[in-house]
Design a protein around this ligand. Sequence first.
Ligand code: AMP
Ligand code: ZN
Length: 114
Amino acid sequence: MNADCLFCKIANHDIPSDIVYEDERVVAFNDINPQAPVHSLIIPRKHISTINDIETADESLVGYLVSVAKKLAEKNDLSEPGYRIVMNCNQQGGQTVFHIHLHLLGGRQLAHLG
Ligand code: AMP
Ligand code: ZN
């Protein structure tokens, strides 16, 4: 828990959010500024600032974020139409909140990358 971190506060229920899933390792909640009909963020309870700070010991936790995203996609009937998961890193990667989070986006046609 980082006392200055917005997403630690959300994980700790100190700040309200629209939580869609939580367990002992992760919390998932809807993005406050959704870019698609489904736009949830999946975060570890553990504070990790950026992808650059992921350690070997965190590998299974980060894999678990993907697994939870997959289950939320299923729950939202996105498995067949498809969806996107994204994790931004630092300023040029578009990261604005420095507690790692996986975006789950779906429910509309997403633009091709490149
Ligand atoms: P990123 O730009 O990848 O760091 O993503 C941060 C995301 O957090 C953005 O999509 C914001 O809309 C979202 N966000 C910021 N504050 C909140 C909040 N209080 N509750 C839910 N989502 C938030
Ligand atoms: Zn944090």
